[in-house]
Design a protein around this ligand. Structure first.
Ligand code: NAD
Length: 342
């Protein structure tokens, strides 16, 4: 039978993006909703044929342990709540899919991994680009040597954050500014396109602290990752301009993705000097990147395999995120030792 998901947080992503994707899944179905808004939860449950016993509040969430319809809990809450709900889900005996960023600190990520290990449950991070056809094609080209030796990856993500009251601008809920949001895509791409782990990072921040949006968190961060092969990763995240682009530069050619990591409409080109040839990537692993992501964890939960984007993968990013902030703060290069704290 398809595995049952409980969606925690009926906001923009959980309700607007993820719930409509179950119709595209083969191995996953919606089994429960968790919300602080009983009327909204009731409406969503009715629309999807869920019984009243499959509606949870944040207060009675732990009783989800007694619901055999729920195999996996998908945490779609503000970043500052990811650790708490992942750990509570694992203690309730459920596998966990947790949205990006995994949490707001390395310590939280380690606690989440520990809780899932102790409960013998899988933990996966919502890194949907690993299921997105253009990104997969770019990774394939890079790994196959199609553009020669990769020397440089440029990855830039941003959007104009217009709402000064957004939780994304409150440190307690977000853990940080654009780096904790779109910056994760830039960082992830630099790692999965090179296939390498960075050994050092140098970062600079630029934020207009007089702007009412940026009282608590940063607007713009630019950072350079140094990889063992000598390749560099130039990454940007910002909340004051729209940008969504990845560029791979090899000694025999280039791969360019723009937009690179959107929900749909992504495009990819290769060429020696520019965008000579648009590439039509082969179909991805599922009907959509979201369905593929949901089904991947379902099949891992059944087979016992580790998800390709596990908690450890989220932890690797968070170690680098902490180093990026530290580098910007201290104005110096931070060396990274793989497997150790930055
Ligand atoms: P949102 O504000 O639209 O939704 C968050 C939900 O959490 C809301 O329903 C809100 O009511 C609920 N919530 C519970 N406790 C809360 C509290 N104390 N304060 C504020 N809200 C609370 O946010 P979103 O855009 O859906 O983002 C949710 C998560 O999903 C974030 O971690 C974000 O990074 C991630 N996300 C991922 C993608 C992606 O493409 N993978 C896209 C968007 C968002």
């Amino acid at each position: 039978r398809p595995l049952g998901y409980a969606i925690v947080g009926l906001g923009y992503y959980g309700l607007g993006v993820i719930i409509p994707q179950f119709k595209n899944c083969e191995h996953s179905r919606l089994a429960a909703v968790v919300s602080g808004d009983p009327a909204k939860a009731k409406k969503v449950a009715a629309e999807h044929g869920l019984p009243a016993r499959s509606i949870y509040s944040y207060a009675n969430f732990d009783t989800i342990r007694d619901n055999p319809d729920v195999d996996i809990v998908y945490v779609c809450l503000p970043n500052g709540l990811h650790a708490e709900y992942t750990i509570r889900a694992a203690r309730a005996g459920k596998h966990v899919l947790c949205e990006k960023p995994m949490a707001v600190s390395v310590a939280e990520c380690e606690a989440m991994i520990g809780a899932c290990k102790r409960a013998n449950r899988k933990l996966m991070i919502g890194y949907r680009c690993h299921f997105e056809p253009n990104n997969l094609e770019a990774m394939r080209i890079a790994r196959s040597g199609g553009v020669g030796r990769i020397r440089y990856v440029r990855s830039e993500h941003g959007f104009v954050q217009g709402d000064p009251s957004a939780w994304r601008l409150k440190r307690a809920l977000s853990g940080g500014g654009s780096l904790m949001d779109m910056g994760i895509y830039s960082l992830q791409a630099a790692r999965y396109m090179t296939g390498e782990e960075p050994i050092a990072v140098t970062a600079r921040e630029s934020t207009d602290r007089k702007d009412p949006r940026f009282k608590e968190v940063e607007d713009m961060i630019d950072w350079t990752l140094e990889f063992p092969s000598g390749a560099l990763g130039g990454c940007l995240s910002m909340y004051s301009a729209n940008q969504n682009r990845i560029l791979l530069m090899g000694d025999k050619g280039r791969v360019e993705l723009e937009p690179a990591t959107r929900y749909d409409g992504n495009r990819i080109w290769t060429g020696k000097d520019g965008r000579e040839q648009e590439v039509t990537p082969p179909p991805g692993p599922g009907k959509t990147q979201f369905a593929a992501q949901l089904d991947h964890l379902s099949t891992c939960a059944v087979s016992g395999r580790e998800p390709i984007v596990s908690g450890e993968e989220g932890l690797r990013d968070m170690r680098i995120v902490e180093a990026i902030y530290r580098s910007a703060r201290e104005g110096r290069t931070i060396r990274l030792t793989s497997g150790q704290r930055a």
